[in-house]
Design a protein around this ligand. Structure first.
Ligand code: GKR
Ligand code: MG
Length: 429
């Protein structure tokens, strides 16, 4: 068996994305993702996926060059490689901003997001070579299926300007009734039993009514609301008090660890985050001040599946729960999330996924979500098969783009409808 990396292929793609609303604006018609293929000297190919914006690509290219000749089993070495491309990271850090929907964007986090795609691809190739599923390489699954929650979004029926030509069939959801209808459809189609509403779109009073409508429609089901830090501490406290009896947790109501700590202290409502704890450096302050009760890990920006397990261990030590954050993604990432989630002991909250919103994939078959769960694959590697034609089609779209969609920009997408729109100042309410 020869585990040496003989070839690495990077394929940026643009994936159709519906007009989902969030506090910064609206999703563009297409979202960039990067598909990584790592091929060993034996001709075994592993796949990984990460964010596909230009900055990630700029780091992935030198990384891919340096990976050739190394072993797919040298997973710790991926971080050394990341240090070597730090020079490039320093260059992109000039364009790193302090906000965003997944916490402060640092050069380090960008690098880790790139590492994660290579780590998953290496694990896939290693597992295929050894005849073992990725979860076995991570120490073994402790469950056979992973729970996901229905990710509800306020949304328009279509993007402006009739792009893309193919419409999805979800329709608009711009009020409580629309959100309940969407939740029912997601339940019918995927069997979800818990619900997260992306908030920060309308004034909090309206979003409170939507959550109450969900509670009435799905009595006793776990509910979450996530305004991505759009609220002040006072607003967050008020919403937490109003919805405390029906919320499983409130996600990132206010921006930053001190604000979250104050909300947690004054309300006792569990708070979750994918914004104030996004790196190991951010853990001590958040855990010692009681700012968060659930960390929503994201194997992309935490630096891969093995780092996710380290985070899980840290959370266990401090009695903080762990679950998973999601961003627009394909089946490769959903499967990677499922493998790692399968190995985390005591996972009590259903993970997030955007997958039902994606009508396109690069795999030969869509990853089934049934009963709100994804079965943990036991086939060697990730247990997925890349479809070269589908990959080529989405890559062609990326090649044909004039550059406007190669970087996700929800505020720019909103300007197509509202030319005066700028990224709102936080707190917005
Ligand atoms: O897809 O609009 C979106 C979400 O707002 C996403 O970008 C967030 O990162 O889902 C994420 C979250 O939980 O904050
Ligand atoms: Mg969130």
């Amino acid at each position: 068996m020869n585990l040496t990396v003989a070839d690495v292929r990077l394929t940026p793609v643009l994936v159709a994305d519906p007009p989902l609303l969030n506090t910064q604006g609206v999703h563009q018609p297409y979202t960039p993702r990067l598909v990584v293929e790592v091929e060993t000297a034996d001709g075994v190919t592993g796949v990984g996926e990460t964010y596909g914006d230009t900055t990630y690509l700029e780091l992935a290219r030198p990384f891919a060059e340096r990976l050739r000749g190394r072993s797919v089993s040298d997973l710790n070495g991926l971080f050394t490689l990341a240090d070597e491309v730090a020079v490039d990271a320093a260059r992109v850090s000039a364009r790193v901003d302090g906000g965003g929907l997944r916490g402060v964007r640092t050069a380090d986090k960008l690098r880790l997001s790139v590492v994660s795609a290579f780590e998953v691809a290496c694990l896939d190739a290693l597992g295929k070579t050894l005849g073992l599923p990725v979860h076995a390489l991570l120490g073994g699954k402790v469950r056979d299926a992973v729970d996901y929650s229905a990710y509800l979004f306020y949304r328009w029926a279509d993007h402006p300007d009739g792009v893309p030509a193919e419409k999805d069939d979800w329709g608009a959801a711009l009020d409580p009734a629309g959100i309940v209808t969407q939740a029912r459809l997601l339940t019918e189609r995927y069997g979800f039993t818990s619900y997260k509403l992306k908030g920060g779109v309308f004034p909090p009073e309206q979003e409170v009514v939507a959550v109450r409508a969900l509670a009435a429609a799905f009595p006793g089901r776990p509910l979450r609301l996530d305004p991505n830090g759009a609220w002040s501490v006072e607003t967050s406290v008020a919403v937490a008090r109003e919805l405390g009896d029906v919320l499983e947790y409130l996600e990132d109501p206010a921006l930053g660890t001190p604000a979250m700590a104050e909300v947690a202290e004054r309300t006792g409502v569990p708070l979750a985050t994918n914004m104030c704890v996004t790196t190991f450096q951010e853990v001590p302050e958040a855990f010692t001040t009681g700012a968060v009760q659930v960390v929503l890990s994201d194997h992309h920006y935490w630096g891969g599946l093995r780092n996710t397990l380290q985070l899980a261990a840290l959370c266990r030590t401090f009695g903080v729960a762990i679950s998973m954050h999601s961003n627009t993604h394909l089946g490769i990432s959903l499967t990677a999330m499922t493998h790692v989630a399968a190995t985390v002991p005591g996972l009590r909250h259903a993970c997030d996924t955007h997958y039902p919103w994606q009508t396109e994939d690069v795999l030969t078959a869509r990853v089934p979500i049934e009963g709100g769960r994804v079965r943990v694959p036991d086939a060697p590697g990730l247990g997925v098969t890349l479809d070269p034609e589908r990959l080529a089609r989405l890559h062609r779209r990326w090649l044909d783009d004039d550059g406007t969609l190669r970087d996700r920009d929800d505020a720019a997408a909103m300007r197509a409808t509202d030319p005066a729109w700028t990224t709102p100042t936080v707190p917005r309410w």
